[in-house]
Design a protein around this ligand. Structure first.
Ligand code: PBG
Length: 323
């Protein structure tokens, strides 16, 4: 035998030296759920270890994460029912707690990369990412709302917006709105290939944002489709996206790999709530070694081509790998 691949697996030293992929804090973005008020902390039932936090506690959490080397945060608002309406008007209300909190967060941690969520669903009484009329989601009318939302967020000094709505043409529209208002420095992390997935369940619990009727299949992608992701990527690229995202991650590694191969922009993958919940649940049952599965999952996402990973595991991963 001339070729013996096992020689490169013989010791920890050679395994480390020949390792192709490494996940570090530099790769991770931590999604956070923001509550209105102060001194509030509630655990998301279906996501053990993940808490909705009011601003005061979130600032403490972010400080700890920054010390662990995490540099990116994606902040999602938990909106009370009485704030919701059909047009998601709170989403661009400068006095609303989310917008005010972004301002404080950015002043407190200018060095952190703060990403915001642009979509109507947390603020919509219909629980959809677009304006609903006669049971249909209106695309172009929704763009106006998204533009106003992005503008209100950009004014706080945040670094990047994350349109997660999947309306057609929104990246270009948001780029124009931001540029015309003097925010050409604000980036766009486009949810490029966002699938109509059952893996978002725990997130919708966290935000109480599940659709009030129907599903999201007329705007989120069909999980059966791979090539369609390239159409979405092409549009987002042309429309000015800075980062292309695939979501969820684990069941879509082929899509991550395709985007990496076809585009020179950084590729993000969203290791979503359901992917976190499955591993945690099995770990708590004693059925899996959850820490090792977590590390393997993050590695696989990176190996498939993701340059950055949004993951609820960010903090525990960094706490354990540094220890
Ligand atoms: C909605 C949005 C969703 C997630 C992020 N933004 C859920 C959905 O589309 O219903 C899911 C994230 C996760 O599951 O972790 N704009």
């Amino acid at each position: 035998m001339e070729r013996r691949p096992r020689r490169n697996r013989a010791s920890q030293a050679i395994r480390d030296l020949s390792q192709e992929t490494l996940v570090t804090a530099n790769d991770l973005i931590y999604p956070l759920f923001l509550l209105e008020g102060s001194h509030k902390k509630t655990e998301v039932k279906s996501m053990p270890g993940i808490f909705r936090l009011s601003l005061d506690l979130m600032l403490q959490e972010m400080e700890q994460c920054l010390k662990l080397g995490i540099k990116g945060f994606d902040v999602f608002p938990v909106v009370e029912d009485f704030h919701k309406d059909k047009l998601a008007t709170r989403s661009y209300d400068r006095g609303f707690f989310y917008i005010q909190a972004l301002d404080t967060i950015k002043k407190e941690f200018p060095e952190a990369l703060i990403i915001t969520d642009v979509a109507m669903d947390p603020y919509s009484s219909d629980g959809h990412d677009g304006i609903v009329k006669d049971g249909k989601i209106l695309n172009d009318e929704t763009l106006d709302v998204l533009g106003q939302m992005a503008l209100a967020q950009a004014e706080t000094g945040i670094d990047m917006i994350g349109p997660s709505d999947m309306m057609d043409g929104r990246v270009g529209h948001l780029r124009n709105v931001l540029d015309e208002a003097g925010f050409s420095h604000v980036g766009i992390m486009a949810y490029t290939a966002k699938y109509a997935s059952a893996f978002y369940g725990p997130f919708r619990d966290a935000l109480d944002s599940a659709p009030k009727f129907g599903d999201k299949k007329t705007y989120q992608m069909n999980p059966a489709n791979r090539k369609e992701a390239l159409i979405e990527a092409e549009l987002d690229y042309i429309e000015g996206a800075d980062v292309l995202m695939v979501k969820p991650a684990l069941s879509y590694l082929d899509v991550i790999s395709d985007l990496k191969a076809n585009y020179d922009l950084p590729i993000a993958a969203y290791n979503v709530s359901g992917e976190y919940a499955m591993i945690k649940a099995a770990g708590l049952q004693g059925w899996l070694d959850a820490d090792r599965v977590r590390d393997e999952v993050l590695l696989s996402i990176k190996r498939s081509g993701a340059d950055m990973i949004l993951t609820y595991f960010a903090k525990e991963f960094c706490s354990q790998t540094r220890a």
